[in-house]
Design a protein around this ligand. Sequence first.
Ligand code: TYM
Length: 327
Amino acid sequence: MARVLSGVQPSGALHLGNYLGAIRSWVAHQHDHDAFYCVVDLHALTVDVDPADLRARTLDAVIDLVAAGLDPEVCTLFVQSHVPEHPRLTWLLECTASMGELRRMTQFKDKGAGNEGVRVGLFTYPVLMAADILLYDSDRVPVGDDQRQHLELARDLAQRFNFRYGDVFTVPEAAVPATGARVMDLQEPTRKMSKTGGTPLGTVQMLDSPEEIDRKVKKAVTDTDGEVRFDPEAKPGLSNLLELLAAATDRTPDEVATGYQRYGDLKRDLSEALVELLRPVRERRAELAADPGAVSAILAAGAAKAGAVASATYRRAAEAMGLVPAG
Ligand code: TYM
């Protein structure tokens, strides 16, 4: 069976962009792939974070992913720092990556370039992400549009390593959904919806109540020309709503646009569709909250399954580079 791996940072509550761009495909892929999904707590350390917050968000993310439909009996669900081969392989890959290629990463350029105080970990972040992927011989990596460039780097590092040291890594492919790959903030539709930088009113959380979803959709920023047409450049707010309804109902944004004359009708239907889409997640999350002990069992099993695969790949890579095995 083909392998799939993906990860999410525990840097804040999961939102509709995470769900449509990534998590929904994770849930689908767990049945037809050998699936590994991780909560990437080491990545969350690349910016200043309160230890108590990180701890709480990591556990919350695990429960939220189960609520979203991941079945820990079917897929391997784990926390990145529980598998020490992630930072170990990162070092090996850092010794094959160049400063130039990391400096070109747009996410680093946006967040830290030119700032001498920026953390080294933020700069090397994409190499840790490549290690996450390559350790599991991943064939496919389901991610939103913003991770494409990081995936390209993971592919480049794998190909370079294989060329230099022999066939060690599987070269992964990004799997980006046709709709919902770049969900924008409902209040500032030229910025992507985000766990950390978005507006509260413009961010639909995966666990928002029906009333909250309805309020946020009804207040979403559009434009004044009144014409329902999918045109992300000229009409970013309205196009985001069309794209969301398309993603929620398995259509294209253009198909959705033909059904509406008025923004208000579109907003009403979108609100209903999102409430129904997220209702099972919210209900299941409430059930899981009653059993807090379940998380540690999930994480122990996940770490053991992930660790077995990761340690074999790490050993292969280390030996190929000339490191002598311990025994
Ligand atoms: P993160 O935690 O920012 O986001 C998790 C997933 O959600 C997608 N996503 C979005 N999709 C659509 N619209 C949005 N507004 C939106 N915001 C986020 C992301 O593309 C991602 O798929 N670097 C990664 C985490 C990571 C990872 C990995 C992913 C670490 N190691 C290995 C894949 C494989 C990140 O920060 O995702």
